[in-house]
Design a protein around this ligand. Structure first.
Ligand code: NAP
Length: 335
């Protein structure tokens, strides 16, 4: 502190703002490979009207994070550098701006924040109140952070878009992945008949999640097993999506979260085909938390890494063969 500042602060008492103004964050300053992820000091954000400042305890990694990092989303989302990545979090309410009244300081919350703004690879994040829900009581922050984005994607695909009904037949590709492991459990909870795909090492996991039938895509063609399907959930695209048309019955629905299915093909076959882009929704996260607390839904945490090892987390996620979720521990001492 300079002498002048010291003299002024002695005269005026402690400065009104004694809170730490910087925080640790993982930011990118340019698009590129994992090396562009920088663990560094960043300004602590300030909540504006209707917003909440959350102390992040844990943040999950999703494929969207490295898609943004590599610049694949730049035509859709107007990001500015430096950018904090990571749109999946669990933490504690630290500060409320005017107009934010549903939560109070100290509440434990989880969220999918707006992916067009700074993310959760940081000590603090500003989130709109509508994007927050109380975190499931039965989970600690590490497990809770694993749920929001992937579970919300599965929920919005199967329930909001496909209107999945009890007794319907659903094929879930990549049932062991982030989105897939929630989709299998949610479809079972709804009372659907679930067929799920994964490689050999994940067959047991698919059964534990509740799948009625499993397909090892390295040994079997799913179209030889799955027939008369009402709903296909496709988190893979390409050849997997192309071969999925034939398993659907007329009037069925092909949901893809990765690649827009052909409208022409859908029309010709009498099938509905939809690209689902998930979006933040605190109210739906509250329902998901209820299912977690009642034991109907469980996030699987595959790996926990400290925030400073985000590069490693991205490299693992980019293999495309991690089951469950990778979670970054942001706050060191956690309950
Ligand atoms: N549109 C949206 O709103 C939205 C939201 C979330 C995610 N997504 C996208 O959805 C995709 C999946 O996301 P995610 O988080 O679920 O990914 P993920 O967790 O990284 O998926 C990995 C899983 O995929 C399985 N897998 C890989 N190739 C497979 C194949 N050919 N057939 C069946 N399973 C296969 C792997 O199982 P094995 O190791 O056994 O192969 C692994 O368990 C990503 O492209 C992501 O960007 C989109």
């Amino acid at each position: 502190m300079s002498r002048a500042v010291e003299a002024i602060s002695r005269h005026m008492g402690a400065p009104p703002e004694t809170k730490q103004q910087t925080m640790k964050a993982v930011r990118i300053h340019t698009y590129g490979g994992p090396q562009v992820l920088k663990y560094e000091d960043a300004p602590r954000p300030q909540p504006q009207a209707g917003e909440v400042l959350v102390r992040v305890h844990a943040a999950a990694v999703n494929p969207v994070d490295w898609n943004v990092r590599e610049g694949h989303m730049k035509d859709f989302w107007p990001h500015k550098f430096p950018l904090i990545l990571g749109w999946d979090l669990s933490g504690v309410v630290e500060e409320l701006a005017t107009g934010a009244s549903r939560f109070k300081i100290g509440d434990e919350v989880y969220s999918v924040p707006d992916p067009t703004r700074n993310g959760a690879y940081a000590d603090y994040i500003v989130v709109r109140e509508s994007e927050l829900a109380f975190k499931p009581n039965s989970l600690h922050h590490i497990q809770a952070a694993a749920a929001p984005l992937a579970a919300l994607t599965a929920w919005q695909s199967l329930f909001d878009t496909a209107q999945l009904q009890p007794g319907q037949r659903v094929l879930i590709h990549a049932g062991s992945g982030g989105v897939g492991h929630f989709a299998v459990q949610l479809a079972k909870w709804k009372g659907a008949y679930v067929i799920a795909t994964a490689s050999t090492k994940n067959q047991e996991l698919l059964r534990e999640l509740g799948a009625d039938e499993t397909v090892d895509y390295t040994r079997q063609r799913f179209e030889d097993v799955a027939r008369k399907i009402d709903t296909v959930l496709d988190p893979i695209g390409g050849d997997t999506q192309e071969r999925s048309w034939q398993v659907l019955k007329k009037g069925g629905i092909l949901l893809s979260v990765v690649q827009l299915p052909s409208a022409d093909k859908a029309k010709a076959l009498g099938i509905q085909a939809v690209f689902v882009a998930s979006h933040p929704n605190g109210a739906e996260l509250a329902k998901i938390a209820e299912l977690i607390d009642s034991g109907d839904l469980k996030p699987i945490v595959n790996r926990i890494l400290p925030l400073s090892e985000t590069r490693r987390a991205h490299e693992l996620s980019q293999t495309g063969h991690i089951h469950g979720k990778i979670v970054l521990r942001v706050k060191e001492e956690q309950s």
